[in-house]
Design a protein around this ligand. Sequence first.
Ligand SMILES: Nc1ncnc2c1ncn2[C@@H]1O[C@H](COP(=O)(O)OP(=O)(O)OP(=O)(O)O)[C@@H](O)[C@H]1O
Length: 601
Amino acid sequence: MTENARGARPGNRRSLTPLRGLVPYLSRYRGLVAGAFVFLLLSSAATLVLPIAVRQMIDHGFSSDDGAAIQGYFLILILVGFVLALASAMRYFFVITLGERVVADLRRDVFDHLTRLSPSFFDGVHSGEIVSRLTADATQIKSALGATASIALRNTIMGLGALGMMVFTSPRLSLLALLSFPLVVLPIIVFGRTVRNRSRWAQDALAGAMAMAGEQIGAIRLLQAFVNEDRASRSFTEAVNAAFRAARKSITSRSILTFFAILAVFTSVVVVLWVGSQDVLSGKMTGGTLGQFLLYAVLAASSLGALSEVWGELQQAAGAAERMSELLAERPIITAPAQPRSLPSPVRGEVEFRNVTFCYPSRPDTLALRNLSFRVAPGETVAIVGPSGAGKSTIFSLLLRFYDPVSGSVLVDGVEIDRLDPKELRSSIAIVPQESVIFADTAANNIAFGRPDASRAEIEKAARAALAHDFIMALPEGYDTQLGERGVTLSGGQRQRLSIARAILRNAPILLLDEATSALDAESETLVQQALNHSMEGRTTIIIAHRLATVLKADRILVMEDGMVVEEGTHHELVRLGGVYSRLASLQFDVGPEILSGAAE
Ligand SMILES: Nc1ncnc2c1ncn2[C@@H]1O[C@H](COP(=O)(O)OP(=O)(O)OP(=O)(O)O)[C@@H](O)[C@H]1O
């Protein structure tokens, strides 16, 4: 599919081909499409009948003394008006509903798809830009499907109908009018392409500006703390102005297009009118026929004019559809094998890294892990320590199979994890990240993120184990309190305990803890530590350790440096060794000389 999308791209530059991607969505709602078509045809037919009524009135109505005939024509006119009004209203209803429905589906599909893409995709993109595709591009497609497509269709039908009626009314004058056709079509072809390219640039520029706004607003506290409001304002203004300049270019092309199209249409109408009036004067044609022809000509001309305008909009929408389908064409790198193996039931929780070498796809020249091997027995607690950038978090990412190693293998309970369905693998793991992630939802739902089908009693039990119950009960609405975006209403320690409760609720055999480096006050620290101890009970636990208490409690410590395990043992063994660990411990854990020397004795 990725290949198809790529292959189709060059041709798309000139065409509306990307809109074809919407056909499967439209075909789901055949009723709405049919309704839109029926009322489109009906309203066009009603409009096309009007000039005939006008001709009858000019040729017969005004010359006859028969008042009843005039009344009859007016009654017909009112009837036609009624049909026109009703059909137009119904067309609007069907067409706009269809647009909303299809775009809602499209947004859902794109979001669904995004949530399934591998983390490596997000390493290389700006999340704000993706969100902009979900909003701005989708809105453009919606307006294209809702209004623009309907205008285009209506005017095509009306234009063709009016053209037919023109030929029927006066072939000679029609021929004259048709000669001017290339004059109208030419600017559409010439400018249409420019409009589409420029509109894509405008959308790209807008997406960039929105991404920036999202990032800055998301970090509003930091922004204000560093008094960077003016600088952020300036760069946002610059980004918005760039988007404006891009949009103005696109608008300019469209304006020029509109100017030439309308000018060409009306010039030819005036020429035709002049020739026609000569015919009426010489008696070759009645005044009514000329009136009827003229109305059809105006209808055809305005249809063409409208078409040239919406053509640009349709091309914009094609640009938006192209960007959306690019997202949909992105394939996750990490997928389940065709015939996935299963983990033993119950999962024991044994973890093994066997000669794992890995580099991040975005940094192919730097090895994050080098020929790394270690094994964690079921139920064991292993602490990983090492300087920043040693590769500790990378171990977690590989164990969760966010990335595949370049060589070597990662095993859980003796099964290579790339032979498993990633969902099954990840179901057997709970993680407490270093930065607690809190969603703008209730306390209960934030914990239930660990296991969405958990009952309120189970949520409370997990919260008690994580020592979060008491502070949650003290919130204004207890478990139903909204926590605000990223949990701004909670303290650091409270956020951590909530995050621990989430992991406890998950009740997975393997627990990954990335200990927070941020300092908490002694009381919070003790609470978090106790909560962690509860969460580790009966599970295989791997902790990226930043605290002395943690390493002292661990069954084993792996010391990492530069993507490799360089030392292994208990705290006391490693201190006695006097190598990397003892140096690290004295710096990182603030282990004084007495503890070090005491341990060495
Ligand atoms: N998503 C990523 N894309 C590219 N490189 C990355 C990515 N994440 C980490 N790295 C790089 O991989 C190396 C190992 O990083 P890792 O996060 O595993 O270190 P760490 O030991 O956990 O460090 P810290 O204690 O500071 O969190 C580093 O050089 C880092 O710059």
